[in-house]
Design a protein around this ligand. Structure first.
Ligand code: PNS
Length: 166
């Protein structure tokens, strides 16, 4: 395994659709920010054909939540994740693992990414227990049907969800 990190700041990329960012994501990012010199929240362009939030909205929400943190950056990416990670001169991909059900797909992605670029390591982090059942998909569904999602997403996201479904 080659080492791209010698003497460099430890940079991690936390990729995802973030449609929208949830408190589970926030928890992982805060944990990552304690470990790495910089954690880049990398929002995938065109993750879904019809996301609820536009790219700009997703970026704005993430920046609202993390703007005050010196070592958290919000960016967008397109194409292969490993190419983006290399462009950012990062060494690590961070992914959250909520339950065993996440494992299979995450395992496949981590090994594929390793095959594509053996210099990049995937690090899995577990969110706090109270967030283990949250997903962006469930948040959107509950909110669209008029359910309360407070405490599960940041305030700014809750407001924007309400505005979308008004
Ligand atoms: O939040 P998500 O939808 O679980 O994130 C999935 C994501 C963005 C990490 C994944 O779809 C991805 O990395 N897409 C970029 C294209 C790519 O590199 N595909 C091969 C991954 S093995």
């Amino acid at each position: 395994m080659s080492d791209r990190s010698a003497g460099r700041p430890r940079v991690a990329v936390y990729p995802g659709s973030f449609d929208p960012v949830t408190n589970g994501h926030v928890d992982i990012i805060e944990r990552g920010a304690r470990i790495f010199d910089l954690i880049v929240v990398a929002i995938l362009v065109n993750a879904e054909k019809s996301p609820l939030f536009t790219m700009q909205e997703r970026v704005e929400m993430a920046r609202d939540v993390f703007g005050h943190r010196a070592n958290v950056e919000v960016d967008t990416f397109d194409g292969l994740l490993v190419d983006y990670v290399a462009r950012r001169q990062a060494q690590v991909i961070v992914r959250g693992l909520r339950a065993v059900s996440d494992f299979e797909v995450e395992f496949q992605m981590a090994l594929m990414n390793r095959r594509l670029d053996p210099a990049i390591e995937t690090v899995f982090m577990m969110p706090a227990e109270q967030y283990t059942y949250i997903s962006s998909r469930l948040i959107k569904e509950v909110s669209a049907l008029g359910g309360r999602v407070s405490g599960l997403v940041p305030e700014t996201v809750e407001q924007r969800l309400r505005a979308k479904h008004r």
